[in-house]
Ligand binder design. Structure first.
Ligand code: GDP
Length: 440
């Protein structure tokens, strides 16, 4: 995410981060570089200029050059300004209605249908809601099918009416259906067009007027840079929406849209989409995003994701198994699956401070676990729970079955063995023993 911008800002701020003497000249030079980095990221010219002017003003006001750690203070000023530019605090969505109605709008291909599904899944799994998805794209039958596919993936009901070509009527009937069937959130997916046109605006305004949603979200593709900002503005001039959803931030996005939208459209970014899968959705936190852009990682989000996957009951069971020496490959497999649920590897690594820069050119394969999983899947249940039964011929069979080599099977067994020993040690008071040893 924003690798180029991060790298350029890092270079620009290098001097200030304590790698040289700070003078008025290099502060000015730095700000010029910062501005160039923003422009390269497709940030609007005026915004980039205002941004560096504000940073300069603040730096002067706080007498940065005479403070003890001028570099750090400058970086903090840049971070605060960047956070402010993107909206300050994270803004939630209004779920006060019963049902709460959320209207989705945006151009065709922006990721509206995908996001409707992601949001429904998010509200179901993380906010314990019972959402209903309503398909109001009456022009493309494929769009209705797509919403049904998405609904099935996340286990959320989808309301559609293929015989009806009036989006207002479908939206209203969908809300009635939700009321009658105990859904407390309704997400209405509407038809997009290739560009903002009169017909689309009239249609979405009619739906908006008829259903009076608590939230109207505008979905926009971050990869389109300043175009995304312009489209959001044109749309907002006609339909006063509540928030923006920025999709495809996982792609080769330059970042300009994320940085400029708030100050051009005066509407907050509320969510971001970071992949094609249903769980690739995040609440937008300006300050965390600023941290990521400045290469400071995002530990808060990382810990949150880990906590979301943490299941106390499972953890207790696992602890018992380890204590009894019963930790087997099935448990190993479920641990891997939990890690995978936290998100893509590159995304996770990017949240570790400093790691983003180091890993910029490393191709982190999300299928890194694929071989391990294939090997475990090729084992019999008995072999999984008692790995010591794996003799040479069994290893050969497993390697063949999983499309790997005996070497890889051996390597996994060795890693597994080491891990089991370590866990055993941590369990049996070994942790304390280790601590004592370390203290000497
Ligand atoms: P709609 O026409 O606005 O409903 O757009 P769709 O939901 O059909 O999405 C268009 C394409 O973008 C599809 O191929 C999606 O898989 C893809 N897409 C949607 N959101 C994301 C995202 O956050 N990241 C990536 N990489 N692709 C996305």
């Amino acid at each position: 995410m924003f690798d180029n911008l991060s790298e350029k800002l890092d270079k620009a701020l290098h001097v200030l981060k304590g790698h040289g003497q700070i003078t008025e000249i290099n502060v000015a030079e730095t700000l010029k570089e910062v501005r160039r980095a923003l422009l390269d990221a497709d940030v609007n010219f005026k915004i980039a200029k205002d941004f560096t002017n504000k940073v300069k003003e603040k730096a002067l006001g706080q007498n940065v050059l005479t403070t003890l750690q001028p570099g750090q203070l400058m970086v903090k000023i840049v971070k605060d300004e960047l956070t402010g530019l993107m909206g300050g605090d994270a803004e939630g969505i209004d779920l006060s209605g019963n049902p709460s109605v959320i209207l989705m709008s945006g151009l065709q291909g922006s990721g509206k249908t995908t996001f409707s599904g992601k949001l429904a899944g998010f509200l179901k799994n993380k906010k314990s809601k019972t959402p209903l998805l309503v398909a109001c794209d009456v022009y493309r039958p494929a769009a209705i099918d797509q919403l049904h596919v998405v609904g099935e993936q996340i286990g959320v009901e989808v309301y559609s009416d293929r015989g009806n070509n009036d989006p207002v009527a479908i939206a209203k009937a969908g809300i009635q259906h939700a009321k009658a069937n105990g859904h407390n959130v309704v997400i209405v997916d509407t038809a997009g067009r290739l560009a903002v046109d009169e017909e689309m605006m009239v249609e979405i305004s009619n739906v908006h007027r008829a259903i009076r949603p608590q939230e109207t979200l505008f979905v926009v593709d971050a990869m389109t840079g300043q175009d995304a900002v312009n489209t959001a503005k044109a749309f907002n001039d006609r339909l006063d929406f509540d928030g923006v959803v920025l999709t495809k931030l996982d792609g080769d996005t330059r970042g300009g849209a994320a940085i400029s939208i708030k100050s051009v459209v005066h509407k907050p970014i509320k969510f971001i989409g970071t992949g094609e899968k249903m769980d690739a959705i995040d609440v937008f936190h300006p300050s965390r995003m600023a941290d990521r852009i400045l290469g400071m990682g995002d530990v808060v989000s990382l810990v949150e994701r880990a906590q979301e996957q943490y299941d106390e009951e499972e953890a207790r069971k696992l602890q018992k198994k380890i204590a009894k020496n019963q930790f087997g490959f099935d448990d190993f497999l479920s641990q891997i699956q939990q890690i995978k649920k936290m998100g893509s590897m590159k995304d996770l690594m990017g949240m570790i401070p400093g790691a983003g820069k180091m890993l910029k050119d490393v191709d982190i394969d999300d299928d890194a676990f694929k071989h391990i999983e294939a090997i475990i899947h090729s084992m019999t249940p008995e072999e999984r729970s008692v790995p010591s039964t794996l003799n040479a011929s069994r290893k050969k069979r497993i390697a063949k079955g999983s499309g790997t080599s005996v070497q890889e099977v051996n390597q996994l067994l060795k890693q597994f063995d080491q891990m089991s020993k370590m866990m055993k040690m941590m369990q049996g008071g070994g942790g304390r023993k280790m601590m004592q040893m370390m203290k000497g």
